[in-house]
Design a protein around this ligand. Sequence first.
Ligand SMILES: *[C@@H]1O[C@H](CO)[C@@H](O)[C@H](O)[C@H]1NC(C)=O
Ligand SMILES: *[C@@H]1O[C@H](CO)[C@@H](O)[C@H](O)[C@H]1NC(C)=O
Ligand SMILES: *[C@@H]1O[C@H](CO)[C@@H](O)[C@H](O)[C@H]1NC(C)=O
Ligand SMILES: *[C@@H]1O[C@H](CO)[C@@H](O)[C@H](O)[C@H]1NC(C)=O
Ligand SMILES: *[C@@H]1O[C@H](CO)[C@@H](O)[C@H](O)[C@H]1NC(C)=O
Length: 602
Amino acid sequence: MRLALLSLPFAAALASAMPFWGYQQKVKESIHGPPSGWYKHAPAPKHHMLELKIALPQPKFPELEQHLREVSDPSHARYGAHLSKQETEALMAPHPETLAVVRKWLALHGLAEEDVIQSPAKDWVTIRVPVGLAEVMLTTDYHVYKHAQTGESIIRTMSYSLPEILHDHVDLIQPTTMFARFKAFKSTLHWTNHVQPADSSLSGSTITGPAGNQVDARCNNTITVSCLRQLYNAVDYKTSATNDNALGITGYLNESTNDVDLQQFYQVQNPSAYGSNYTSLSVHGGKNNQSYEAAGLEANLDTQFSFGLTWPTPGTFYSTRGEPPFDSDLLTASDTNEPYSYWLEYVLSQVKIPQSISTSYGDDEQSVPQSYATRICNGMAALGARGVSVMFSSGDGGVGDGVAIADEPLGHQCYSNDELKTPKFLPVFPASCPYVTAVGGTVNIPETAASFSGGGFSNYFPRPSYQDDAVSAYLATLAPGTYEGLYNSTGRAYPDVSSQAASFSVVYQGQVTLLDGTSCAAPAFTAFVSMLNDARLSAGKTALGFLNPFLYSVGYTALNDITEGRNPGCQTEGFNAAVGWDPVTGYGTPNFGKLKDLVLAM
Ligand SMILES: *[C@@H]1O[C@H](CO)[C@@H](O)[C@H](O)[C@H]1NC(C)=O
Ligand SMILES: *[C@@H]1O[C@H](CO)[C@@H](O)[C@H](O)[C@H]1NC(C)=O
Ligand SMILES: *[C@@H]1O[C@H](CO)[C@@H](O)[C@H](O)[C@H]1NC(C)=O
Ligand SMILES: *[C@@H]1O[C@H](CO)[C@@H](O)[C@H](O)[C@H]1NC(C)=O
Ligand SMILES: *[C@@H]1O[C@H](CO)[C@@H](O)[C@H](O)[C@H]1NC(C)=O
């Protein structure tokens, strides 16, 4: 960092350069006020270091999207012809003129080439600058905002400006106006330290599962690896494409996956996996701290079930740094708390990427600026074009603010965060991104919708054509006027699919613990996707890549339709599960045997 930039010669240079840029600093982005819960505390310390991410426009993105559509559509001649790293990067790259103009602007503020980090596609630029300089560059004032309930602090601003000439060359700069608080979608509300006493009367008895086969009756109380294989018709499938296929789990918020817990889980639930290892990758300084006290419930859940279901498929755990807002010494702490861009930059820079990746984190869509959500979503599209199936859990608040959100007061959150404070449902991002497969939750046998299953309609992303028929058919079943104004009927609707999501038997700090939440559903569904990729790769075919065009055109016929249950929230009954697609369980849960036949015929 060159601190000369705040010195007098620099100020003079800036003044003399002003005519070149014009004096016109124009507002690039602004919000009406901090989201509910946050209040302005004090001016930000000038020397606090900010890591600013600058997103440069991707003029060829429509071309990338066209490729994605073709290679993901089973009826298209190019199905499976996924793009290489180089091809994808070329389609994400900014215009050379953009790079030149932005470099010039950064140089004007004293930032030399070596101070500027570029993503491989050059579409993201990262700089580390003190608040004082950021305020000059963006004509803004940063403040410390505090959260009334939790006391957490972050440094943000309500608005930032850029020279007018830069407006077409920059999509967004963050952290500025973003107050998102990414959370894991495991529900600690239902977390119990005590193992449910095994109902011995059920031992040996069976009940009929969704695929029509007999399953262990105890699976109606406690979900294990064996239960999921029984329920979803994959009892005898053995994964074998271990040289080609891989499964990825993302971890955020310092969540570590504890190896002792993992081995204990294997011993109980899949002894053949006992002693096996996985790859742990640190992104942007992410931790995988093996101290017992550092074990993460979410990370343990995600890795134990996905690796346990798919062994010997190689597993990868990505730990990406990115802390939630915190309360600590503002002069030393870093509060760049949005981790998806760091993870995407990292994973897209790899030549080989696991073909199936699960993420169980998210936040209210409206807390993520639309410009930012769009860029992250574009990154998910790039992964799809590379042949990766990207799963996200659909959230645990039903239509928003539902019963399973333990740490927020009930019923007070379902309003737009603009000055109008309009009552509305709260869609969840990234599940609302049309380029990911959003996974909702079910409970019990026969399966019904989990009441916490996140579902609804994006206010940012229009409905993609692949789900036009399915969503229109559902909307036509609602009585006219149902929830009018509370949801956006033209938005991307989710979830796409679902899986069991309650009473998952996880090992945590040596104890067996039962967990609920769509955090259970996403890694479980992902494991079955990974097994499908295993079958295809073993047969010399390509990986499935972006799943939704397949799911909505033919795949749905091999899913168990869930028709009972609702996802209440926002002091409403929420949407209802229904025949066909619905915004509670999507098209339903996997029937692996049927899906395998379908994907091997493509
Ligand atoms: C994450 O780890 C860092 C470094 O060890 C620490 O400073 C920070 O407080 C941790 N955050 C959380 C949420 O535990
Ligand atoms: C497992 O892999 C990690 C690195 O990912 C390595 O540090 C560790 O020693 C390995 N453990 C075993 C038992 O092979
Ligand atoms: C790992 O976690 C433990 C317990 O939370 C903590 O005491 C230790 O400092 C952590 N180690 C690192 C390297 O962060
Ligand atoms: C499974 O459990 C639910 C809830 O306790 C119950 O309603 C249902 O009848 C059980 N299913 C079977 C097949 O016994
Ligand atoms: C509804 O969704 C559309 C399409 O994504 C969007 O253009 C519109 O702004 C949304 N309306 C509201 C009120 O958010």
